[in-house]
Design a protein around this ligand. Structure first.
Ligand code: ZN
Length: 133
């Protein structure tokens, strides 16, 4: 079951520069930074009420975020839906004909299991499922 919107992922060129914006202009507090090797990104998290903002900076030119930045520039990259059963959620999506980027969950930021659905089969939204371990 989907329980809530966990976070919104935003692709940025520089974490340092964008953290300044979120802290200074919006007054949000960065509550964690982490490198996610599986996705070749550095992340920074902010809480906006129940929903988090996840900034993503590529750590390598072949990172999916580097490719996204090249094509689209900075901006909203994905929406993450928290689920209490990621395997079942993936099966439900696959059964409905959705193209999965990850058929099996991978390690994500914040010690979570994550898996992505392809935006070509989700009406344009790169969708992440995430589940706390
Ligand atoms: Zn995410």
């Amino acid at each position: 079951m989907i329980t809530n919107i966990d976070h919104i992922g935003i692709a940025v060129k520089s974490l340092e520069e964008s953290i300044k914006y979120y802290e200074t202009a919006l007054g949000l507090h960065c509550h964690g930074q982490e490198t996610v090797e599986s996705q070749k990104v550095k992340t920074a998290f902010f809480a906006a009420g129940e929903v988090h903002i996840e900034l993503l900076e590529p750590t390598s030119p072949d990172s999916p975020i580097a490719k996204f930045l090249e094509k689209n520039g900075e901006g909203i990259h994905h929406i993450a839906l928290a689920t209490d059963g990621i395997e079942g959620q993936l099966k439900k999506a696959a059964d409905a004909g959705v193209r999965l980027i990850h058929e099996v969950p991978i390690d994500g930021a914040g010690d979570k299991l994550v898996a992505f659905l392809h935006p070509k089969s989700t009406h344009g939204v790169l969708t992440e499922f995430c589940q706390a371990r």
